[in-house]
Every structure is written in C-alpha cells, then in structure tokens.
Ligand binder design. Structure first.
Ligand code: PEP
Length: 253
C-alpha cells in the first residue's frame, strides 16, 4: 500500500484559540487516515494545538528550529524546546525561510541532524525558482539541494526524513505544477536519494508535493506513483479544505 503524509503548513497564521478551533473541527471529521495527517503551526500555538489533538492520531509540528541546543540566540527556539512540547514534525528549509531569513543548505543540514538526533521527523523542503525552471536547470538545482542537505547523514537517519518538493513558482500563487511536472521531479528526487544511499532508501522515502494543492487538484497529484502526499499552505487554513485533501489521499489507499 502506498504511504501518504498530508501536512498543513499554516505559516504565520492562527492564534492559540484559532488553532484549537481548527483542531476541534478537524477531529470532528473522523479522518480515516488521521495518522497520515499533521498540522505545522507557529511556535506560539504549538502547546495548545498539541493538547487539542491529543489522542486523535493527527500529528503536529513546527515550521523551523535552531540547530544549537541552547545559548545566546535571541528569538530562536531549540530542538529540546520542541521535544518538550511533544512535536512530531518540523519543516526545514522552506523556500520562504531560504529567501527571507537567509536559510542555507549548510544550516538546513545542521537542523536536519539536530532533529534526527532528537527523534523529530524533519520535513525538508526543496524546489526551484521560476527562473531556474525556465533556464532548464531545475533538476540540477534540486539535486544540488538534496545532496547538500543530506551531507553526512547516514542511511538509517536519511530514511526518516520526509522530502517536500515545492517549486517556488507554485507556492501561494495558485499556479500548481501539473501532475506530470510534479511526478517527474518527485521521481527524480527519489532517484537522487537512491543514488546517494540505495534503492531501498529511495523507494521507501516519503516525497510530498507542495504548491497550491487544494481539494480540486489534490487527487490528480496524489495518484501519481512518486507523490506520497502534500505540503499544503493556503488550503490548510480551513479544516473543510484540509480534510478534503486528506480524504483524497485516503481514497487512494
Ligand atoms: C507551502 O507553504 O508550503 C505551500 C505549498 O503553500 P501553498 O499551498 O499556499 O502554495
């Protein structure tokens, strides 16, 4: 059976009360595949969200973390702090963090290692800009990100990472990659992972697509063989839309 993960990235949205309300609405849907679903919230909402989702099977996580355990890093949140909240997942290297907050493959790699050591599942984002796609070098660019981000990570740990392919030109733009474009790159990434490690690691890796996924296009994307789910921004803010995407994945299992 194909494995799926449907992950909602709220970005900088939702107060604690709004997060709890969403959790109640989502739980009321009695999702068939609750264990394959997670919500990635702002730090401020994580404690309340975790309590509201407890016992539902639905996972939760953060959208960033610092790679140092503690120290003089004003404004940052560490892996032990996330661990203390009981988070299951943490997004790393989202294109918005790479673009606006100077995230580099080097810091992404350090964050991946810190999360793996703590047993929190990283959701690693990679993806090319429109300029790179139009130049015809998207695969080379994405392969470069994957190779740099996985540097020094052994096969057992690598297998625990979830990769999200997010073409930057499709994030928040309403311009979804076609199922064929998304499948082509997810299959390519799987091949890169198989090349670095082995076929078994590549085959078992969860590779998500992200970029304007919504209820109306989720099924055609999710039914592609190398797409194991979605990282969903805008459409994860409403429980109805997010649940509809989760149900599209469940219908394919
Ligand atoms: C995202 O934030 O990772 C994302 C894919 O956003 P959207 O679904 O809004 O394009």
């Amino acid at each position: 059976m194909k494995k799926f993960l449907i992950a909602g990235n709220w970005k900088m949205n939702k107060t604690r009360a709004e997060a709890v309300q969403f959790a109640e609405e989502l739980k009321a849907k009695n999702l068939a595949n609750a264990k394959d679903v997670c919500v990635l919230a702002p730090f401020t909402a994580l404690a309340d969200l975790g309590c509201a989702l407890e016992g539902s099977g639905i996972g939760f996580g953060a959208q960033n973390v610092h790679f140092k355990e503690s120290g003089a890093y004003t404004g940052e949140v560490s892996v032990p702090m996330l661990k203390d909240l009981g988070v299951d997942y943490c997004v790393i290297g989202h294109s918005e963090r790479r673009e606006y907050f100077a995230e580099t493959d080097e810091t992404v790699n350090l964050k991946l290692k810190a999360l793996l050591e703590a047993g929190i599942t990283p959701i690693l984002c990679v993806g090319e800009s429109l300029e790179v796609r139009e130049e015809g070098t998207a695969q080379t660019f994405v392969a470069g990100q994957v190779v740099a981000d996985f540097e020094g990570i052994g096969p057992a740990d690598a297998a625990k990472i979830v990769i999200a392919y997010e073409p930057i030109w499709a994030i928040g733009t309403g311009k979804t990659a076609t199922p064929e474009q998304a499948e082509e790159m997810c299959a390519f990434i799987r091949g890169v992972i198989s090349g670095i490690y082995d076929m078994a690691t590549g085959d078992s890796m969860l590779i998500l697509y992200g970029g304007s996924m919504k209820p109306s296009n989720a099924k055609e994307l999710l039914e592609k063989p190398d797409i194991n789910g979605g990282l969903i921004g805008g459409a994860s803010l409403k429980a109805d839309d997010f649940a509809a995407i989760a149900e599209a994945a469940a219908s394919l299992q």
